[in-house]
Design a protein around this ligand. Structure first.
Ligand code: GUN
Length: 171
């Protein structure tokens, strides 16, 4: 048996299907190569390559699979466990009514301008830092913002992989 038999590929897909938000295809495409990895960084790189080599339609769908920050899904408790934890670590589950309003206004303006939601790896950022980045990125041109969203999505994936590994090491 080697590391790429069917059951280890299935294990890989099951384990890493949530690393890219609502996009298990990334784990499926990365599985054959990444199942051989010994480190989180190796897995992160192979998964990122799959996204970077995907069609722009698929990349757009991946960006659109992300929920708004401090948006309706968060308020309704409908986020994935990872997204919920990331938003909570940034304090986005404790916004004042005024801050929620500000996020809603920014989320609406951003979607209107770019056609996809604002994505930022917020895990280690404060509300003030996120709001400042939001305002700044609203001024970007669409092509740059598309690339920035994908870069942030790769950061989110890397942080999710590291958090997963850290949790396993504690068990
Ligand atoms: N940054 C970290 N997680 C998320 C998420 O779920 N949505 C968005 N928009 N940004 C994030």
């Amino acid at each position: 048996m080697n590391g790429t038999d069917k059951s280890s590929l299935d294990d890989f897909v099951q384990r890493y299907s949530g690393i890219y938000e609502h996009s298990p295809w990334v784990a499926r495409e990365a599985a054959a190569e990444a199942a051989e990895c010994r480190s989180v960084e190796c897995i992160a790189e192979i998964m990122a390559d799959c996204v970077d080599n995907a069609s722009s339609e698929r990349q757009l769908a991946l960006i659109r699979a992300h929920p708004d920050l401090a948006g309706k899904a968060q308020i309704a408790g409908e986020l994935t466990a990872d997204s919920s934890e990331e938003q909570a670590r940034a304090g986005l589950d404790r916004c004042s009514a005024e801050e929620y309003k500000r996020f809603q206004d920014l989320n609406d303006r951003y979607l209107q301008k770019f056609g996809f939601p604002f994505v930022m790896a917020v895990r280690d950022s404060s509300r003030a830092e996120i709001l400042a980045a939001f305002e700044m990125r609203l001024g970007n041109d669409p092509r740059l913002e598309f690339e920035t969203a994908l870069t942030e999505i790769h950061k989110i994936a890397r942080l999710r992989l590291r958090a997963m590994r850290a949790k396993e090491l504690r068990q």
